[in-house]
Design a protein around this ligand. Sequence first.
Ligand code: F6P
Ligand code: MN
Length: 311
Amino acid sequence: MRTGVERPRRTTLEEFLSNGDPEIAKVYLAIAEGATRLAGELPFQTGMAGGTNSSGDAQATLDVFSNDLFADLLLETGVVGEVASEEMETSRRASGDRDHALSVAMDPLDGSSNITTNSPLGSIFGIWRGRLPQSGRALVSAMFVTYGPQLTLCFNFGRSVCQFVEMRAGPQSGEFVLAAEGIHLPEEPEVYGIGGDRVKWTPRVEEFVRSLEARGLRLRYGGTFIGDYNQVLRRGGIFAYPELQGKPNGKLRVLYESAPVSFLTELAGGSSTTGKGSVLDIHPKALAETAPCYIGSRRLVQEIEERFSTH
Ligand code: F6P
Ligand code: MN
């Protein structure tokens, strides 16, 4: 089919990364390869593995597959000394003395309860230097993958937040090409998505959400952190997995989920909080430690802190 539209060749991921830190480039390219392979595996693996992960979540076969795939690819780069994952009790380490190498904490398949419904899925990676756990402030880089209608990579290149998309037709088919750079999280809020059962929200969370609704923000919630967050990144607003009654630390894991995403958010001009201060300032003591998180447009995040400081 002819489109009648000129489609100029676009910058590839390899070309783009050749101007930056070579170690980070190796990690990003390993993740890109894993993302393509994982996307190809989606139609084949839709069942449950029968076990649970370190947080007690039921594991899908794709959780196990994605964990092994990314862990192997990352350790094979030769620049990663430690991989910690939501799907493993303890880190996997490269052989030899690698205390100063890069460490990666990952959620290899975010939103796995959405596999059977063909809703968006994600993968999240935080990259540090030295052993884990560390605070989000110490992050060197972060990347997330969206498996939605398009396969995309979103990451920081220095202080710029960029997005690459996998081409599926045309002369660059099979390559990741530049889709956006210098991404800025819009300050004017449009959408919100809040996790957890509404009946378990604390009164102050409930009140905040009512105020968002009163201001005309649109609810957009699919139950995959990365899918729900990515809408906030591109449209402005707020994503939260809040404190819940009986679960004051929420659900999202700091190292694997909320810190890497908060890191990219702050580089994109947005902000994050636990209700008391930036998610990036948490010093997790355990790999799978959780904390409540509220991530998005700066003014809304600041409003949370103000509301929570008074009650
Ligand atoms: O990784 C945990 C997760 O699957 C996130 O992707 C998502 O934001 C959250 O759980 C959804 O939880 P709930 O069903 O409690 O809203
Ligand atoms: Mn997750």
